[in-house]
Design a binder for this molecule. Structure first.
Ligand SMILES: *Cc1c(COP(=O)(O)O)cnc(C)c1O
Length: 357
């Protein structure tokens, strides 16, 4: 069926007469044997419903995990053997670098915008586009081609884009990883992650690794995320509208430097981003003069809350240097929420104008 995003997320569980509309949570550690489900670590119908929905959006088979990091660490564990070489983004999510640094593998770091090293002898190329927090973008199609020519697998962390913003499997990637804690769940109240791949054998390995490793998502958390998914199209639309409006007023603001949002034609990543992304989300990055300037901005704003996550209903702002990201002290990632655009723009401008003076 050739439905649009809004229809697909609302109808991700086909309505059945006499049944509830959603995939309500099924709690079971043990099942009465006789059907396909035996035990709660390998089997849960609430997972299956959300895995079907996310897999369909990604264009592959999805396997859920209790967090984005559990999804990423399982992919690394399944794909990499000791002594293998992995390429990771030097400007991507910091815990991914922490994780590979602890593994018995060779690690090569490359900035998302490039230049990239030769992929000869590499087992896995992990990309993140747009990258968190810098919002740089890489050409997934071109990189997947050169990685495959060298015999490497390609995984893309699709957290910032979401499955509605970008479909890395269609662009040539082998694996998608996502922290659904962010915009997919969207309400700042639950952690979840998933892996998608169009390779059934790899999907089975990832699923088995989950069953054996034991890091499984809770049915209640799974249901919450599935409930949130139904409004992803609406939320992303408002968030992107807010980000676009903020971009317009921030780009010429005296207190703001190095403003990034790949949705704007004036952003250096826009050309590549608009070729491979289906829509742009609500996350912007920019620099204020110092950590103190960020603190003042947050104190004066009534609508922007300090928070280290993104993609939620509320507009939030995170000064990344406080977590050890290798970025300037005043760099913030601002996640536009679902507030009214006029209210948000007025609030941000009022909070900033003071800091400029
Ligand atoms: C948040 C995030 C993660 C980790 O996800 P959790 O759900 O917090 O474990 C991984 N990658 C990116 C890009 C993220 O933003």
């Amino acid at each position: 069926m050739n439905w649009g995003d809004g229809t697909r997320v609302v109808h991700s569980v086909p309505p059945v007469p006499g049944e509830p509309f959603g995939a309500n949570p099924v709690f079971a550690s043990a099942y009465h044997l006789g059907g396909d489900d035996t035990y709660g670590r390998p089997h849960n119908p609430t997972w299956r419903a959300l895995e079907a929905a996310l897999g369909s959006l990604d264009g592959g088979e999805a396997v859920l995990f209790p967090s984005g990091m559990a999804a990423i660490s399982t992919v690394l564990r399944v794909v990499l053997a000791p002594g293998d070489t992995v390429v990771v983004p030097s400007d991507g999510y910091y815990l991914t670098r922490t994780l590979v640094a602890e593994m018995p593998v060779e690690v090569v770091e490359a900035p998302t915008a490039g230049p990239y090293p030769s992929f000869e002898g590499v087992r896995l190329v992990l990309l993140e586009s747009p990258s968190n927090p810098g919002l740089d973008v890489c050409d997934i199609t071109a990189l997947a081609r050169s990685a495959h020519d060298a015999g490497a697998l390609v995984a893309v962390d699709n957290t910032t884009a979401t499955p509605l913003g970008q479909r890395p499997l269609e662009l040539g990637a082998d694996i998608v990883v996502s922290s659904d804690t962010k915009a997919v769940a969207g309400h700042s109240d639950v952690l979840l992650g998933h892996v998608s791949t169009a390779d059934p054998e790899l999907a089975e390995k990832v699923r088995t690794a989950r069953t054996v490793g034991g890091a499984i998502p809770g049915p209640f958390e799974t249901w919450l995320v599935h409930r949130g998914l139904g409004t992803l199209d609406l939320r992303l639309a408002r968030q992107a509208e807010n980000a676009a409006a903020l971009y317009e007023v921030l780009k010429s603001h005296g207190a703001v430097r190095n403003l990034r949002w790949p949705g704007s034609p004036s952003d250096p990543a826009h050309a590549v981003a608009s070729r491979q992304m289906r829509r742009f989300g609500g996350v912007l990055t920019f620099e204020l003069a110092s950590a103190e300037a960020v603190a003042g901005f947050l104190e004066r704003s009534a609508l922007v809350a300090a928070s280290t996550s993104f993609g939620g209903l509320h507009t939030t702002c995170d000064r990344r240097a406080q977590w050890g990201d290798p970025v300037p002290e005043g760099l913030v990632r601002l996640s536009a929420g679902c507030e009214d655009t006029a209210d948000l723009v007025a609030d941000v401008l009022a909070a900033l104008d003071h800091s400029a003076g």
